[in-house]
Design a protein around this ligand. Structure first.
Ligand code: SAM
Length: 332
C-alpha cells in the first residue's frame, strides 16, 4: 500500500474528520445564527465514514481526530469510535481523539475512554457564564464544565482550546491559565481565521497572539519548548502551573512547512489545506466500488495536489472570507 507523500515531501499522517456539520452551539466567529445545513442524504453513513477512515489508516494515517460541527451530537457516533478503536488495538493507529464543545461529554466520557480515546480537546472561549452564552448563542457554561469534569474523572487528558477575540476574552487568559493549572489541563489559544461568512467584519475580532503573549508575560513565566502534539500549535511551558500553553497562529506565523494533515468532511470531500478551496470528492469513488482500489487511487491523486500553504489575510475592506466554507464544514 503506497503511503501519502505530497509534492513537497511532507508525509500525511494526520486525518481530521468532520462527522457532521451540525452543532448545538452557534459561536459567533464560527457560524451565523441561521445556518443552512446539509441535507441528510448528502452525509456519509457512519459505516462509510469508517470505511474511509480505515482506508486512510492503511495509507499511513497514525492520528485520527473526529470533529464537526459538534461530533457528539451525531446520532450513534459512539459506534464509529468503537469501530475505529480497532486500529488502536492492532497498532496501526497511534491516536484516536476528538474536538468537542463539551456539551455532551458528561454522557459520553466513559464510553470514549472505553473506545481507546486518551486525550480530547474541548473548546471553551470564556469562563464567564454570561459571556459564554453570548459567544455561543445557545451554550450553557455549567453543562460544559460538568462535562469537562466528567471527562477528567473518566481519565481523559484534556486540552482547552480558546479562540482569542479582541474586546471579548482578551483580558481573561490569566484566569483561564490559573483554572487550567488547577485542573492540570493544557490550554491552546487560536487566532481567529477568516473562514465562512459570519455576517460581520472579522477585523473587529482579530487579536494577534503576539500581543497576547506579551501581556501574559507580565504575570507568567513562559518558556518556548520543542514539544509538538502533531498539530499546528507551538508550545510554551508555564512555570507557575507546570502546564503547557499552545499558540496557533495561522495569521501571524504560517505553519504550513510542517503540515502533515488533511481534512475530510461528512460528505466525503477531502480538503488538502484548511485555508484553500481546492478539494477532492471521495464519496463518488467510495460508492463506485465495494473494493477500495478506486478510492485509494482518488486519495493518491488528491495528495498529489496538496498545496504548499495557505494564505490567510485579515484586512479591513477585503471583501469576504479567505475561504467560503465555515470551520464547521471542515472541522477545526
Ligand atoms: N464543535 C467542536 C468544538 O466546539 O470544538 C468541534 C468543531 S469546532 C469548528 C473546532 C474548533 O474550531 C473550535 O475550537 C472553534 O472554536 C474553532 N473555530 C471555529 N471557527 C473558527 C475560526 N473562524 N477561527 C478560528 N477557530 C475557529
Amino acid at each position: 500500500m503506497s503511503k501519502m507523500i505530497d509534492p513537497f515531501g511532507r508525509h500525511v499522517s494526520y486525518l481530521r474528520v468532520s462527522v457532521t456539520d451540525r452543532c448545538d452551539f452557534r459561536c459567533h466567529y464560527c457560524m451565523s445564527e441561521d445556518m443552512t445545513f446539509l441535507p441528510k442524504q448528502d452525509v456519509l453513513s457512519l459505516e462509510e465514514l469508517d470505511r474511509l477512515c480505515s482506508a486512510f489508516v492503511r495509507k499511513g494515517v497514525r492520528k485520527l481526530r473526529i470533529t464537526g460541527g459538534e461530533p457528539l451530537v451525531r446520532r450513534n457516533i459512539m459506534s464509529l469510535f468503537r469501530n475505529l478503536g480497532r486500529h488502536l488495538k492492532t497498532g496501526e493507529l497511534d491516536e484516536l481523539t476528538l474536538t468537542t464543545n463539551g456539551s455532551q461529554l458528561a454522557r459520553f466520557a466513559d464510553e470514549l475512554v472505553d473506545c481507546g480515546v486518551k486525550r480530547i480537546n474541548v473548546s471553551v472561549d470564556t469562563l464567564d457564564r454570561d459571556k459564554f452564552q453570548q459567544i455561543t448563542r445557545w451554550g450553557k457554561l455549567d453543562k460544559v464544565l460538568d462535562g469537562i469534569l466528567a471527562a477528567k474523572t473518566a481519565g481523559l487528558q484534556i486540552k482547552i482550546n480558546a479562540v482569542a477575540l479582541k474586546d471579548f476574552n482578551e483580558r481573561e487568559f490569566d484566569n483561564m491559565i490559573a483554572w487550567c493549572g488547577e485542573h492540570e489541563f493544557d490550554l491552546t489559544l487560536i487566532e481567529t481565521m477568516p473562514m465562512g461568512d459570519i455576517g460581520g467584519d472579522r477585523v473587529d475580532q482579530y487579536l494577534p497572539l503576539s500581543t497576547v503573549r506579551q501581556r501574559l508575560e507580565e504575570n507568567w513565566t513562559l518558556t518556548d519548548i520543542p514539544y509538538r502534539s502533531g498539530g499546528p500549535a507551538r508550545y510554551l511551558e508555564i512555570a507557575e502551573t507546570g502546564q503547557k500553553l499552545g499558540l496557533i497562529t495561522p495569521l501571524t506565523h504560517n505553519f504550513c512547512e510542517s503540515c502533515n494533515r488533511v481534512r475530510l468532511t461528512c460528505t466525503g470531500t477531502l480538503y488538502m489545506c484548511l485555508g484553500q478551496d481546492d478539494a477532492a470528492d471521495l464519496r463518488g469513488p467510495l460508492r463506485a466500488s465495494e473494493a477500495d482500489e478506486v478510492l485509494e487511487a482518488a486519495v493518491d491523486e488528491a495528495i498529489g495536489r496538496k498545496p504548499k500553504g495557505h494564505d490567510f489575510v485579515i484586512e479591513r475592506g477585503r471583501s469576504g472570507p479567505a475561504v467560503s466554507r465555515h470551520m464547521s464544514v471542515t472541522g477545526g
